[in-house]
Design a protein around this ligand. Sequence first.
Ligand code: C2O
Ligand code: CU
Ligand code: CU
Length: 512
Amino acid sequence: MSQPVITDYLFDEAAYNTHDGGYIPLEAPTTSPQPLAIPAIATPDRVEGQDVYYTITAQTGEVQLLPGAKTKTWGYNAPLLGQTFVYHDGETVHLHLVNHLPEVTTFHWHGLDIPGPIEDGGCHAPVYPGEARDVTFTIHQPASTDWLHAHPCPSTAEQVWHGLAAMAIVQDDHESRLPLPRNYGVDDIPLILQDRRFHEDNQWDYRADYDPDGVQGPTAMINGTINPYFDVTTQKVRLRILNGSNRREWRLHFSGDLPFTQIAGDNSLLPEPVTFTHLMITCAERQEIVVDFGQYHPGDRVTLYSDDVPIVQFRIRDFAPDHSTIPAHLFDVPEYHVDPDLPVKNVVLSGMDEEVMIDGKKFDMQRIDYEMPMGKCQIWDITSTNDMVGGMIHPYHMHGTAFQVISRNGHAPYPNETGLKDTVSINPHEHVRIKVLFNVPGVFMYHCHIIEHEDGGMMAQIKVVDPAHPDVQYHLMDHHTLMQAFAKERGVAMKDLWLGGMESYKKMGMHM
Ligand code: C2O
Ligand code: CU
Ligand code: CU
């Protein structure tokens, strides 16, 4: 095997979050190592042929994250983060979504190609405390690692910070036949990367930590575990890495510069595997890698770092030799033919802090910023104009679709973004071109996935029109209604309501 090994992070170094004045470096853990939590797989309430029924409850909880007081947390069918939802291509999923939280939330399926705005679960599909909503959708997409998170604008960031983020895995026949690790919890491991700051009595305090460019904390939290270790009992381990952080970019590498192979990113396998020693993952992206521990012996330890801070320790146990090889070809990327009648659509991300915008505007839930026909492919050109102090990298995300990255400033995209994606990072002044094609109709959001930028208005929405049903009307919520709900639930007057994203509109003298 003479595959080249990529040894750098590919992105514009000058724009790394480390150069931001507000950057909060991770600190090495000081508490004793804990076994890495593996979220349980959600079991359906019932299965009838291809119809699968689940109840998903957003709930409050308490978790012993650090010695001393338990931390108050939120989660899905779990006190923190959530169960892992495993869906299969072709099945119809029926969800009973229950809100046991003290405030309004939504259930957004990041990465699922399902209609919007209700099934998609963005801000137009609120579930109020004590209430429930039922949604049904059919899974029709390739195997991938996706996720569920709250999306009640402008308080998405705070709810994710409380813990509302869970993994969803789509399986299909093609991926199931490939010789890849697939034993969940044993050699197929979710790795949800987040960071938090613990305040008095081990509690989180989102408002105290608020930064309009994204909230960070110095403590790495992986699958809701502080200072985790994982017992390696197979030579090869597949890691489904999800950057579930509000703001942090993670720059991953192993001790000894152990190479690893990326097999998937966001919405599909990669056409060909790519081998790295260093890998950057920005907010909301997923990267699946296979790590071969064949050169190690029982008792050895291999550490995964972000920059120079250890985040997960792999403790090598006994394992049987594994001579399988990762196939040189993993996935046929579907051919998207650009519709000659659709011009290139430009998207400009601008500003930092409170000034963030898309195409010179802040998000308005009632405004449709763009319309596009379903089933037709169009090139979108995404750029970022901001270059203050080196600028920053904005992870650009679209709901309801899986796109193909075709170029970065006219050059080939990075070798690990050759599959289907829903989030792509934009370096300052870079033009990233993507092929966009929606297979489902509805109103969908597109935005920066630094979640505070999204709440702060760096977000817009598209209406995707099914030519067979061009007149469908969608009921769109508005910020004011959601904010009134938050005020009522928190027992404060509207003028005393604080939601992170509101600041960004206020400071710009704008109304929500
Ligand atoms: Cu992770 Cu608007 O989405
Ligand atoms: Cu999304
Ligand atoms: Cu951004």
